[in-house]
Design a protein around this ligand. Sequence first.
Ligand SMILES: [Zn+2]
Ligand SMILES: [Zn+2]
Length: 273
Amino acid sequence: MRFTLLGSGAVRNNPRRAGPSQIVHVGEQRLLFDCGRGACLRLAQEDEKVEEIDRLFLTHLHFDHIVDVPYFVFVGWNNSRQNQLRITGPRGTASFLERLIRPPFEQDIASRLGHGKSEFGLDPQVVEVGDRGLVYDEDGVRVSAAFTDHSDMPTIAYKVEAQGQRIVISGDGLPQDDFVEFARDADLLVYECSGTQEFLDQQPWGTWHIIPEALADLATRCGAKRLMIKHLVIEDITGDLTAVGRMGETIQSRYDGEVFVGTDGLVVDLGSK
Ligand SMILES: [Zn+2]
Ligand SMILES: [Zn+2]
């Protein structure tokens, strides 16, 4: 399995850090997780064709994680997507997509259909995840879901298991009690790290996120071999470009595994066992 962080940022329009998005390759299979600001641009920079990616998993419906979904859907349709697109996400995903695709783009869709475009590839199949557990099992790839506590929104963490490897990808938020078991022995744990305690204490949304010390403890309890941090909001608001590196050092001082501070395009290739 190969993991690529497409976007290491979040809400703010940081040119160095696109919004949340990441892709996992298992052989020829590609699974995209979240589709935030700039995700499709970052895919192009990785020589990935949107129309060839037909499995998208959403962690939650905060706009920073989903704002590139309409571009992803429409450019895939425009470029004659060959396979049925399936979008998996939390409760509310079906309603979000129903209102996002057809109604606002009514004129665009009518004009293209009127000029001979097929409807195939426009409307995604939707899977809503209401409970923890297995949500996907195809061609030797299994994806399971667990939930995190985040701003009273249903928020999912996904675990991808294939080729004897295990990658766990958080959305935002704090782990629930079952998370350690869920992420046990992960080869790679990719978790949001929005800022330090001092920083989060100053934000009205600060309690929605985990602090570096708690994340180090979590990765240790999970037995994760590697930890990558993403959703690096702190530099957007403080303007301090060294802050994320210091968060990585804080985590590394408390955790024995390998720490990666996320950057756009950062790859961890796990190979296969
Ligand atoms: Zn977010
Ligand atoms: Zn969020």
